[in-house]
Design a protein around this ligand. Sequence first.
Ligand code: FAQ
Length: 334
Amino acid sequence: MYAQMVKTDGTRIRSLDEMEPEERAFQERVDAGQKIEPKEWMPEGYRKTLIRQISQHAHSEIVGQLPEGNWITRAPTLERKAILLAKVQDEAGHGLYLYCAAETLGISRDEMYEQLHSGKAKYSSIFNYPTLTWADIGAIGWLVDGAAIMNQVPLQRCSYGPYSRAMIRICKEESFHQRQGFDILMKMVKGTPAQKAMVQDALNRWWWPSLMMFGPSDDASVHSAQSMAWKIKQNSNDELRQKFVDQTVPQAEYLGLTVPDPMLKWNEEKGGYDFGEPDWEEFFNVIAGNGPCNAERLNARKQAWDDGAWFRDGLTAHAEKAAEHRAAARIAAE
Ligand code: FAQ
């Protein structure tokens, strides 16, 4: 159904027959599963949607370094410290691939940062919650990276080449991240009663925000229909949320934990779990900038940008000088 329809404004979707020839040819290529590459013609809306999603994804990766970075100096052993350092560094790498993918669409890195710092661009709601204990670091790996993988594996098949290719490497690394989180929790649940209680407390606090990572429910998702028609998204927000719950509940049981949802129940008929509604008021409040850590996260990013000004200035001065030397050498050679 989606393959035949393209949205034209907030509500209406156009069929192939209603499209101009160029746009129709584009849609047919997408429908046939061909990848779209940077220099090729694309509808302006497709370009804008990709810039929005990829840049917000990139921002999520680098803002996502902050809650875990908070624990690098307090990791309980040298080994855990080295692992966490590597993970947090991976997130910077993910941001880098994604900013590069977005740049191929004609937006500069500086513009994207400006949109993040001014609050115009969003980043994932999940990173506006605090990491209070070491168990939170396990919960982030298990649940947050777990949700990220569930969302990103289908993005490997995204119609835009650079984004889909970036996702392949990112997913491989996320898989290591998820297992390291689960490993932290496995150790802790086999520890003292206090350690096990700490893990349950972390699950209680991270469960609902993790479900919110998949975005609003399908009936409130403004971009899904068009993004699915363009094969940017392969699945709806609710489909992926359901898959995540189905995958994660048995893992919680294996850890001996209770998922904090009284509505959670296996539904034999649908072959999946029924579960409660996330608190959507809280979700919209967090993405509007009013979550527990929004101000802290954004201030940390702005501070990093300001602190790096001398370095950017140095690089620019060096590039200008090098260009002058090259020009002088060219003139001398003529
Ligand atoms: N948080 O119409 P839809 C990670 C916004 S990476 C904030 O459904 P769409 C790795 C949405 O932007 C996590 N805002 O939108 C890691 C839109 O607002 P806009 C990030 C959200 O785009 C792990 C409005 O609501 N992953 O975790 C959220 O079709 C550990 C309406 O929503 C990605 O970005 C949210 N949760 O679907 C790093 C994956 N949900 O833009 C460090 C790529 C929705 O009109 C440590 N992105 N909004 O102002 C996607 O798959 C999609 O963009 C969705 C949203 C599914 C997030």
